[in-house]
Design a protein around this ligand. Structure first.
Ligand code: NAP
Length: 327
């Protein structure tokens, strides 16, 4: 499909693209660039590409498809590196979790004749680095592309086919709409998880050990999300501030109502809400974005009490069910 694919960044997402592109024969050669020598050596040892370099400009030279797979906060520096080396006619895309700010930062750097089409695979896990990726990550998951009205249709079709060949369903969206939708489906849930786990971290030691010991009662599932990469998520909240604040405002209003229902003992109100939320869970399963397996499909060798501590538990379920960021 492409002669040369260049991946700038080779963590969870970059390495999953490398693996899926290789598996599905989507690029004749794959060039990989990353910031640190140790990450580059890890990618090389895993055999993720054909060319390895710490120079972003060298990686993109002659590439037909370039995908930025670094935290959004690093985009400006990366674009300053690669803009002069981009081949005319090349497609430039990304996987960043925020789109409005990406467009704002990247567009001024894009040379004439290069087709910039922002993207965001709604797939991930809380793990990072080249070893965390796997080729099935995008199978059955959505990938959102946010082209402009004047984006070259041939380039758009080629990028759509690329994601389709990796197993994704592709949807096109306006960047601002993407940011609003993702604020409520992904960014605010992560903020809530970071907050509740942070609250526990601040509890005095005795209570905290009991919280960890009895974590299977609900807290554990928040810890999986709250284990997500701190730099990536810092950048999400720095770059999608308005949409996150808008959705957080609505969330807090609803939480106040729920708080009131608890305080006054309004059983019917609580039951009505919990019935609606259960139906949402079922519709996500019907849509194929989750399985109905009990406890997120985690295997249970013994009793719940025998389950190991939280960080070890989710890994299995996530690989099987594609949970994690944005999911
Ligand atoms: P990751 O596993 O932590 O890998 C990050 C990659 O970016 C590494 O190659 C790292 O290089 C490089 N990098 C980190 N900071 C950098 C900086 N300041 N300058 C240049 N390079 C830097 O991250 P990831 O989960 O693949 O996330 C990458 C992108 O995918 C992010 O924009 C994120 O928003 C998006 N995304 C993530 C998920 C998810 O679930 N994780 C899902 C959808 C989209 P070194 O190791 O060499 O430093």
């Amino acid at each position: 499909m492409f002669d040369k694919l260049a991946l700038i960044g080779i963590g969870l997402i970059g390495s999953s693209i490398a693996r899926a592109a290789r598996l599905n024969g989507l690029a004749r050669t794959i060039a990989i660039a990353t910031r640190q020598q140790a990450t580059l050596e890890e990618a090389r040892a895993l055999g993720l590409g054909d060319h390895y370099t710490r120079s972003n400009a060298e990686a993109v030279r002659d590439a037909d498809l370039v995908i930025l797979c670094v935290p959004v906060g690093a985009y400006a520096a990366v674009m300053a590196d690669i803009a002069p080396a981009l081949k005319p006619g090349a497609i430039l895309s990304d996987v960043g979790s925020v789109k409005g700010q990406v467009v704002k930062v990247v567009e001024p750097f894009v040379p004439a004749g290069v087709h910039f089409i922002p993207g965001h695979p709604i797939a991930g896990t809380e793990h990072s680095g080249p070893a965390a990726g796997f080729p099935e990550l995008f199978v059955g998951r959505w990938c959102i592309l946010t082209p402009r009205r004047d984006t070259d249709p041939v380039a758009l079709d080629r990028l759509t086919s690329f994601w389709g060949a990796m197993g994704s369903n592709v949807e096109r969206m306006d960047p601002a709409h993407h940011d609003l939708v993702l604020a409520i489906t992904s960014h605010v849930p992560h903020l809530i998880a970071y907050n509740i786990v942070g609250t526990v971290a601040d509890l005095e030691t005795h209570t905290r050990s009991e919280v960890i010991k009895f974590s299977a009662s609900g807290f554990r599932d928040f810890t999986r999300i709250a284990a997500s990469d701190p730099v990536m998520w810092r950048d999400v909240f720095l770059t999608n501030r308005d949409a996150v604040l808008e959705m957080l405002g609505r969330f807090l209003e609803d939480l106040s109502q729920l708080q009131r229902a608890v305080r006054v003992g309004d059983g019917p109100a609580m039951e009505a809400l919990f019935t609606r939320t259960r139906a949402i869970r079922r519709s996500i399963i019907t849509a194929g974005q989750e399985t109905a397996a009990a406890d997120f499909g985690r295997p249970h060798g013994g009793s719940e009490a025998a389950t190991p501590t939280a960080p070890d538990v989710p890994r299995i379920g996530i690989r099987e069910h594609g949970g994690g960021e944005d999911a």
